[in-house]
Design a protein around this ligand. Structure first.
Ligand code: ZN
Ligand code: ZN
Length: 104
């Protein structure tokens, strides 16, 4: 019987889950159309570092009343997305990006 723990080391843990937002339908959720518009505008790359995007980030957090609108969403890679949520600097970087690039 082959040992189950004999797996090659990975630099990044393999995602086991598909993260689909499946909460109550509400205003913070991006519709397919909004999502596509954001991806097209950002060309599918992280707006901060240029890597292929993994997520669409709510610049104004949903918890703060941010809506699922085109001017509140940006393509981000996993790393930058984690950064955006991990510290004030990250959050403010995107808020500034929004003011300079999306609201003008
Ligand atoms: Zn990035
Ligand atoms: Zn986010």
């Amino acid at each position: 019987m082959p040992p189950l723990n004999e797996q090659p080391a990975r630099p990044v843990p393999k995602p086991k889950h598909k993260r689909r937002v499946r909460k109550r339908g509400n205003a913070s959720k991006y519709s397919t159309a909004v999502r596509l518009t954001i991806i097209e505008r950002d060309k599918g790359f992280c707006v901060r570092c240029g890597a292929l995007y993994d997520d669409i980030h709510h610049i104004i957090f949903r918890s703060a009343g941010g809506k699922g609108t085109v001017d509140n969403g940006v393509c981000v890679c996993r790393k930058c997305h984690a950064w955006a949520h991990s510290c004030r600097e990250g959050r403010e970087w995107f808020e500034r990006y929004r003011e300079e690039r999306l609201l003008t």
